[in-house]
Design a protein. Structure first.
Length: 241
């Protein structure tokens, strides 16, 4: 199991949301570059970055993301507002390993297939689920599509993995929805990364025990800022130490 800390960035600083509600954004006053460096020093192999401003079409944090890439050597996966070939090229050019595509995948899966053919397997499908329904544009809009339908679309592409976020759990520290994540893993038949709700080491252990064999990673954000457990503890747990 891969432990993946999340860094959500808005106006150059680390933030977190609850259930994707921007009006409930919490600013932590932490430099994302320093945070990424700290995570790598604590042993993480991968970091999940979300550009919250790009999600809403209100600018971007590309400069900060570029600085993070220069400062750490671990794998970086970036999501948020990746909806054009220009953005894909810019992020790959600065050395981002994986791009998480959600809205554009739902609305134009053909475009994602073309990107994969053109740039290779640098893409992860972002599946954001709210009560079984797919949401897009920073979780603000209902896509009018059930998760099971989107799963079949994903299966027809060669993305490297699926980042499955259960929105009603995200930022709430009430535990992950392992049942929904397992269902998605069975439907897409490819590696899945769980996101949303992890609040303790016990939650991580529960996912490791009860998660489908295809659930290969766990993304955690708020629990780390709230110091529910340390990154090092989580990394060692996931590595079986």
């Amino acid at each position: 199991m891969i432990f993946i800390p999340a860094i959500d960035i808005s106006h150059g600083a680390c933030v977190r949301l609850q259930r994707g509600e921007f009006q409930r954004m919490v600013h932590y006053g932490v430099d994302p570059v320093m945070q990424a460096r700290k995570y790598e020093e604590e042993g993480v192999e991968r970091i999940h970055i979300v550009d919250m401003d790009a999600v809403r079409g209100m600018g971007d944090n590309r400069t900060v993301i570029k600085r993070i890439r220069r400062e750490v050597s671990c794998v970086l996966q970036v999501g948020g507002g990746i909806r054009s070939d220009k953005t894909v090229r810019e992020l790959l050019d600065i050395g981002i390993d994986y791009l998480v595509v959600g809205t554009v995948f739902v609305e134009s899966p053909t475009m994602v297939k073309e990107w994969i053919q053109k740039y290779g397997k640098h893409f992860l499908a972002g599946m954001d689920i709210h009560h079984g329904q797919v949401r897009v544009r920073g979780w603000q809009e209902d896509a009018g599509q059930q998760g099971s339908v989107f799963s079949q679309v994903i299966r027809q592409t060669s993305v490297s993995a699926v980042v499955c976020t259960v929105i009603e759990r995200d930022g709430m520290l009430k535990g992950p929805d392992i049942n929904m994540t397992n269902r998605i893993a069975i439907e897409v038949q490819m590696p899945v990364i769980l996101s949303g709700g992890v609040s303790s080491l016990q939650d991580i252990q529960y996912v490791m025990i009860h998660g489908h064999a295809a659930v290969k990673g766990i993304i955690v954000g708020k629990a780390l800022y709230e110091k529910k457990f340390s990154v090092r503890e989580a990394v060692e747990l996931c590595q079986g130490k």
